[in-house]
Design a protein around this ligand. Sequence first.
Ligand code: UAG
Ligand code: ATP
Length: 490
Amino acid sequence: MRLSEVLEALSGSLKKYINDSDPNLTGIQMDSRKVKPGDLFVAISGFQIDGHQFIQEAIDKGAAAVIGEHDLELAVPYIQVFDSRLALGRAASAYYHHPSRKHTVIGVTGTNGKTTVSYILKHILEHAGRSCSLLGTVSYIINDEVYKPSNTTPDALQIQELMAASNDEFVVLEVSSHALKQYRIEGLELDYGLFTNLSHDHLDYHPTIEDYFEAKTLMYNYMKQEGSAVVSKLCEWGDKLADLLSAKEIPVYSMGDHESDDLKIENIKLNGATRFEVRVGGVVYPLTLPSPGLHNVYNAAMAFLTAIKIGIHPDVIAEALKTFPGVPGRFEMIPHPDGATFIVDYAHTTDAIEYCLHAAQEHDAAKIKHIFGFRGERDKTKREDMVRASAEMSDEFILTFDDLNGVSVEEMENELKELNDRFGMNKGRIITDRTLAIQEAWENANPGEWILITGKGPEEYQTMYELPTTSDKDTLLYLQKQQEKEKIIG
Ligand SMILES: CC(=O)N[C@H]1[C@@H](OP(=O)(O)OP(=O)(O)OC[C@H]2O[C@@H](n3ccc(=O)[nH]c3=O)[C@H](O)[C@@H]2O)O[C@H](CO)[C@@H](O)[C@@H]1O[C@H](C)C(=O)N[C@@H](C)C(=O)N[C@H](CCC(=O)O)C(=O)O
Ligand SMILES: Nc1ncnc2c1ncn2[C@@H]1O[C@H](COP(=O)(O)OP(=O)(O)OP(=O)(O)O)[C@@H](O)[C@H]1O
């Protein structure tokens, strides 16, 4: 593709370009280390490092042209723009011939539930015989090939590459607030924009919750002409969003408690299999979902409403929900041989912790034990509410390590002690080694107890622990095996 064709997509974001040649481009890169002859190199002013430092390296490797924000004169055509991340999205979309136009694209944003809603939707679509790619926290799945994700929402270049590579009819992607602020979905065009909920998270990145909300609303700047929003009004921010979108004349399908909402949830039963009804257009549909918890009722209802709008028959959706296999590390159950239930879950906000512990309560847990910690170098302001929630809703809890992310062992241990002293209501203990905390709970588990281990979900440990295991689930399976071995020997 000629540089001039990419430039057409940059109009409005161009600051300066002296048109002296029009090289043929054979690729786009935002990382100088990956540049090959003929590539367009986009220099990003990053959080860690300024990509403009690597322009010469990119030229030496054969870059045919460069995009950047600084005022420079280079040996190859240089396009100065107001914002390189925004230009990257537009340039990549143009380079890959606007691939989102060939798919039905569903963006899912919100604090919690993005991954789960995305997986439920993919499951419904596939049950209906339609093909679906998925980009999110757990994996990127394109044409049934599974890739390890770099971010929840990939960078703009990767998104366009993956969209172009996908032969699937649908693409469901999780859209994080970081991605929106960093223009990672610039150049993308969405058919549906889903909003699950908003609660306290990421206030290390966003100065206020209002700023966090504003970031989420940016997703709706990327709707196709005929695109529509699916919004949960079960959270007050959803109400606010629906008003905003209506003012912009974006059609909104809402789920909520009012007669005017497009979907209303009724008759929820959480004990045993999750059963509930949804009322849509005056018709009531009884639904069953294998995944426990009220939060999963909301996730399934949002997927149901979206699938209806896509045109999937309600009976097909209902059948699909019955067989939804769940998402790795989201309320994943591992039974203890003595009759206790261990849960691995990715809850890392107060809201999510409350939903998880509530799910255990609804299952008449004889006792609820909770094991969790806090990610180093991430939003510290949510920690006290997480401890409060656990203290109020569990019978006892153990504070342990999550990823330290460079924070020292002493600093995190002190933080855990202080939080426990101030907000733990005398229910908490500290066992810093995560595997030993789980082992302790395993060895002391009693019939009917529910032990919830939250925060890491399916993620691998980044800290070296005592037991030779790689994740919370792996630790539980290891303990299970050890116990079986001991039984055989003993
Ligand atoms: C803080 C943050 O969001 N950082 C994101 C940002 O990276 P950055 O600006 O720090 O990049 P940088 O390292 O400074 O590099 C700047 C530029 O120099 C280039 N470079 C660098 C070295 C070199 O030799 N040559 C070169 O050209 C780099 O390729 C880059 O283009 O832009 C990158 C590309 O899009 C992201 O991958 C990266 O996400 C990091 C890994 C991250 O951890 N982000 C988290 C906070 C995040 O985004 N999380 C959300 C989910 C949140 C949730 O809901 O839980 C997500 O979407 O994943
Ligand atoms: N609708 C919901 N409301 C509140 N909490 C939820 C909801 N759905 C899931 N959760 C909780 O949040 C955790 C993360 O769920 P999920 O991965 O679906 O969300 P997410 O938005 O993709 O989060 P992340 O972007 O951090 O991966 C779950 O393990 C569960 O504890």
